[in-house]
Every structure is written in structure tokens, then in C-alpha cells.
Design a protein around this ligand. Sequence first.
Ligand code: F6R
Length: 610
Amino acid sequence: MCGIVGYLGHREALPLLMEGLKRLEYRGYDSAGVAIRHGAGFEVCREVGKVASLESKLGQDPSRYRGTEGIAHTRWATHGVPAERNAHPHADDKSGIQLVHNGIIENYQSLKKALESKGHVFRSETDTEVLSMLVGELYEGDLEAAVQAALRGVTGAYAIAVMCAKEPGVMVVARKGSPLMVGLGNDEFVVASDPSAIVAHTTQAFSLDDFTVCRLSREGYRTSSLNNVPVTPKVMELEMKLEEIELGAFPHFMLKEIFEQPDALRNTLSGRIDLKRGDVVLGGLQSSGPDLVKARRIVLTGQGTAWHAALVTEYMIEDFARIPCEVQYAAEFRYRNPIVEEGTVFVAISQSGETADTLAALEEAKERGALTLGMVNVVGSTISRVTDAGVYLRVGPEIGVASTKAFIGQVAVGALMAIYAGRRRHLSIDRTRSLLEELESIPDKIRQVTSQSGSIRDLVARYVDRENWLFLGRGYNYPVALEGALKVKEISYIHAEGMPAAEMKHGPIALIHEGMPCVFVAPKGSQHDKVIGNMQEVRARGGRVIAIATEGDEEIIPHADEIIRVPEVSEALSPLVTTVALQLMAYHAAVLRGHDVDKPRNLAKSVTVE
Ligand code: F6R
């Protein structure tokens, strides 16, 4: 959601900024812009639509945009429609400020009023222009001081990069609530919302902490609090490899990431399974593990796909560890009056580690005394830093907007946590070993599903013109059905509903009509007969049954119109395999309908605002 890139160094800034913007495209946006320091001021170019449109506008007069300092931005509209006037960078009208911003300034209306009373005239509807004007108003010859002063009066979330015409060779960046990294190259700095725009240039970087300002100049950098107290950032080595964020031979990141899942899962499990002792080794839970084991209640939270992974985890924790467990939407939890008793363990699940609602729910739970744990993919992300302890997913960067391998990582970490706690409560060593052995066999089973990509495409082609799909499942298959429906709707824009199969009779069955695709997640398991009953109900009303079924399951054949086979897996771990079939269905449906799978309309990869 919004992307910032900044460059200060000795190379031409524009190509580097444009390359960075392209790497951040996956975050979601609807307009883009750039400001390059040129002569005594800036050359600014902004455009609605894709980065490619901005690029062709810049290409009309390339010599104007020569310079070695610049800031660039992809905007995902919050305040004001996607329009050139609302795209960033935003200038002030007094001091020669250019500013890009990710986040939301909550008190922008009162700030705007005060600035208007001083004669400032606004040209956009954005909160960002207010911030730019505020910095300009407070500027007295020191950009860093002006930014610090402006941010002291701001509430909300921000990551910003600011330049001033009067201070060549200086860029000031700051953060609260929205991610921002500073890459340290050879006599150059690359600033970006995430490491994917930095790693091609340097692997030395630091993340800014909340309420921290960093002044970059040709002499070096200086980091301080909003009150100008020096802060020492923690410089780290970026682990991201360039090939991880490049398409290679795949047409889309989503497909690449679906196919990466066997390796991603191996990485998640690596070093965490001790078959000899029949145990799980979770370094991240070394000190908090005992509290998890004796928890009186576990609350799992997340949004979207992470929420679905939480549902699977809930079932596993109750199944293996017999600890009362519940799943809450983070956005609901944060605004309720949630009960957090002694012994409550709160687990935040997030790929990005930056989701605003999940972060706020986590802070609420912490405030109320819960032990907070994280299941996060992005190392060093805000959620991973705010939690008391946690387990990283280790699935590598997820660029496709539709989450795929992160779900597999989340469910796998959920399984590890559940088995870890279960083993210390009542799971026998034999059952533990057999679960762990099975987990280790899952990557090959996922590969058996991805190898059917072509036939899944052919199947989907027969239904891709239908505008309403149902996804149904019972028990562990219910969250998988929800995830399948979410995948289909977010990238193919087909209306899809997921629900427990038993719920169908309580209303949704009225929707079923001739030819409506109803996808049943129906591997062999304890409720198989009941699911077959639900299939019959669908067919009796003209619906078409597409079954995700276990290899060798003959019983299902007469009840399904189409079958996608998955290898046999125990019920609890089956979501790791069945979900992959649904991801492929959604992917092919979107491609067949001609959509841009990696950049679905209206969506952002990480939702850093409410
Ligand atoms: C769906 C999807 C979203 C995210 C949700 C949470 O494919 O990607 O539903 O799962 O926005 O994001 P994270 O996991 O980054 O907190």
C-alpha cells in the first residue's frame, strides 16, 4: 500500500527510482510520481495509473529529469480520488519542499485549517499536502529541524521522504507506523518502503523505528528522535536474494509463488523438527514457550488469508494441545472491549508484519496484559518487533498480491506451535513423531498438486464464465473453502462465497441454480459421508460439483461432476495440500478472464492503513 523510493548519491537518480517503483508495484497503487533535484529546484512528474504511464510521460522530455537526488512514490488513494493533483510528491507553497508519504495523517483537517488561516492555498485533497505545507511553514533553514517540528504536531501513521530546494545534497526521512528502510551503499543512500527496492544496490540497511527521523547527506547520515535526541539504528545485512523477487521463467509472481511452496515449506520446517526426540524446536519461543504451554486461552488474530490460517491453527491447537482457542478478526478485536484474562496468549499472524489492524489489535492485547506472539514472514517488520516473541514463516518474499506461500507457512508454523504445546501437555511421542514425519512429507505432496496445473486450468476453463461460485468444506476443510473463495474473488473478480458445508442449508442453498460451480473441499476424513450428502443437495438443484478429493477415493466419483485429486494426508494437515489446488483454480480463472493477476484492482499487498 503506497510505495516510497528515494535516492541520494552519485548516479542518475531517475532510472534507479523507476526501477524501485516497479519493484514496489506489487504493494498496490493507482498513481505514481517522481521529483528530481535539478538546477536550483526540482523537476516533478506525476501520472494516474501504472508506473509505465509515468515512465512514458517522463520519456517525453528525459533531459529535464537529470540529477542525482530524487524521491518517487506509488499512491494508493485514501484522501482524494486517484488524480494527478493528488499523486505524490507534494510541494509546499513557501519553502521549496517536496514530500512523499505513506500512511494517514489523522489530524490533517485541523492542521489544514490552521495553515489556511496563514494564507496557504491547497491544490489537492490529500493529507500529504498538509504535511508538506506544515514542513514548509516550519522551515527556518534546517530541513531536519522542520520535519521534526512538523511531526511533533501530527497524529496518525507516516513514512516520509522530504527534500528542500534550499538544501541540495540533503534528504530527510521519517517513520511512524508505516515501514521505511534506508539502504547504505558506497557514497549513496537508497530509501524504500521495503527491501525489494534496495537489495539490487546494497545489502546493508536499517529499518527506521517509529518516531525516528534520519537526515541523509553527502557527508553521511544522522538518526534522531522527534526531539532531536540521537538514535543509533541497527544496521543489518538484507537476506533477500534478487532472484527471489524476480519472475524468472514464470508469467506471474502468483504462479511462481504457488510453485515455490514445496521449497518454502521445507524452509519453514528446516531445523524445527527433531524426529529423534519426537519434538519441535522453536528458537523464537525459547523463553515464552512455557507460557504458551500453560496458556489458559489462546487468541489468534489476523486479517484475510492470515485469518484463515488462524482458523486452521485454532483447530490444530485444540486438537493437539487441548488449549481453548479462538480466532478474532484483528479489526474487530481492537475496537471491542475484549476480555484478556491472566494466562491469555495472543498470537498475531501476518505475512507483511505491517497490517495496521493486526498491529493495533496486538498493541491492545499487550496493553491488557496478554503475552503476545507473532507468526510473521517479513523479518524485522513492525509486528515482529512489537510481539514478545514469535516464529518466522521463512517462506521468502511474497510479491503476488494474493497470498499463497505465506498461507502455507502460517499453517505450518501453526502446526509446529500446536505440536510443540501438545507434546508438552498430552500428545504421545508416537503421535508427535507421526505428525512431524507427515509434515516433512508435505512438500512432495504439494508438488503432486502443482504438477496438475495444466489440467486444473482446463477444468476451470469450463466454468470461468460463471459469475457466482460457492466453496464448501467441513472441519479443517472449512477455512480452506474460505481461502479458496477469497483467492477467486480477489484476482478473478468472480463473486465467490466460502462457508461450512453444513451452513448451506441455512440460507445459501437458495442461491444454487443450474450450472453454478460449487467447489467442495472433500478429502477423505471424518465428515466425508456428510460432505457427500451436501454434494447431493447441490446436484439436486442443478449445481455443478467440483470436488477436491483424495487419490483413490472411489466413493466420491458418482457425486461429483469434476474431481481434482490430492494425495492422502491426515485431516489436520490436509489444508497444506488442498489449498494449493484452490490457489491454482483461482490463478487460472483470473488469467483466463484476462486479469492482471499480480496487480488486482483496488488491492494493496500490505494494508498499512485502517
Ligand atoms: C489475500 C491477502 C490478504 C492478506 C491480509 C493480511 O490474498 O493477501 O487477505 O492476507 O491483508 O495481510 P498480512 O498477512 O500481511 O497481515
